[in-house]
Design a protein around this ligand. Structure first.
Ligand code: PRP
Ligand code: ZN
Length: 304
């Protein structure tokens, strides 16, 4: 638990992965929430200059513990790590108390069973009696138990993908995102154990009152950033008669704003927020139904 002196500072603390697949996107998310941090090279703790929020850069595997122990109020981490920790805590007879408060739209990857070339995989039964190398023993154990398969779990701390070649295991259970690590090691995906993405977790301890306002504002800003991801603001001119056709073409947009154009007779300006990316094909189709002066802009912020 935090000591009184720290609590009196009333600064929120959030843990992020120091270097890895989530680092850039996590820092970018906070920056889009308006946070400016002073970050020295190899610095572990970054001071929020314009918000009472400090960023702790640590190994992703340590994030659930830091949040569980209330050293940090919040943590941004992969669901893969969260699930492994949760099951590890439970196996140790100590329930995981940190709570997943948001699933975020980045860091997507899959924890997979992957087998070497030449391994005949015919469903989970093919894993019976095999040695499976992984850094996710608890998630893998649950997967095997759910399928009634008995196999040997070889717990490694890294470089799982070379375990089969080194003769330490018959196959692996590891994270896959692009699949290039598997390909480079002559392994192929056999089954998905867990779909993962970045999540925001929070401390089990009630956030002190003097920090609650900023915790709430940060969550609202995160929601705002997530909401506009991929959204575009589109502006165009068109004949009023083309409005129904245009409405059908605009991807994922709600009622567009229609503005009369001074001195241009029946032509109107149409403004709309599209909740999906707008492709060149869509612009060409819009032109085809009479649109001109089409502009597509990124949406930076949105507050519902
Ligand atoms: C994972 C995994 C592979 C790689 C797969 O490690 O162990 O090495 O990513 O990615 P790919 O399919 O795009 O090739 P990660 O970088 O997440 O490190 P960590 O598990 O040690 O945090
Ligand atoms: Zn890690």
């Amino acid at each position: 638990m935090r000591d009184v002196a720290n609590a009196a500072e009333a600064r929120l603390r959030i843990a992020l992965q120091k270097s890895g697949r989530l680092t850039d996107a996590s820092l970018e998310l906070l920056s889009r929430c308006g946070l400016k941090v002073s970050r020295g090279k190899d610095q572990l703790m970054c001071y929020g200059e314009n918000m009472p929020l400090d960023v702790l850069l640590v190994r992703d595997d340590d994030i659930p513990d830091l949040v569980q122990e209330d050293v940090c109020d919040l943590g941004l981490v992969g669901l893969n790590v969260v699930e492994e920790k949760r099951l590890a805590f439970e196996a140790a007879g100590q329930p995981a108390l940190f709570e997943v408060v948001r699933r975020l739209d980045f860091g997507r990857c899959r924890l997979c069973i992957a087998v070497p070339d030449g391994f005949e995989y015919r469903g989970a039964a093919s894993l019976a009696g095999r040695r499976i190398a992984t850094t996710y023993p608890h998630v893998l154990r649950r997967y095997l138990e759910e399928r009634g398969v008995e196999a040997q779990i070889v717990v490694l701390s890294g470089s799982v993908e070379i375990a089969p070649r080194l003769g330490r295991a018959d196959l692996i259970c590891d994270l896959v995102s692009t699949g290039s690590t598997l390909a480079a090691n002559h392994l192929r995906l056999a089954d998905v154990v867990l779909e993962s993405q970045a999540v925001l977790i929070r401390t089990p301890v009630p956030i002190p009152e003097d920090k609650q306002d900023w915790a709430r504002r940060l969550l609202m800003r995160i929601d705002g950033v997530e909401e506009v991801k991929g959204s575009k603001y589109i502006m165009l001119h068109a004949p009023r008669a083309a409005l129904p056709a245009i409405a059908r073409l605009l991807p994922g947009s709600e009622a567009p704003t229609v503005i009369p154009l001074e001195g241009l007779g029946d032509r109107v300006a149409v403004h709309a927020v599209c909740r999906e990316n707008v492709f060149w094909e869509t612009l060409e189709q819009l032109k085809g139904v009479g649109a001109s002066s089409v502009l597509v802009l990124p949406v930076e912020k949105m507050l519902a």
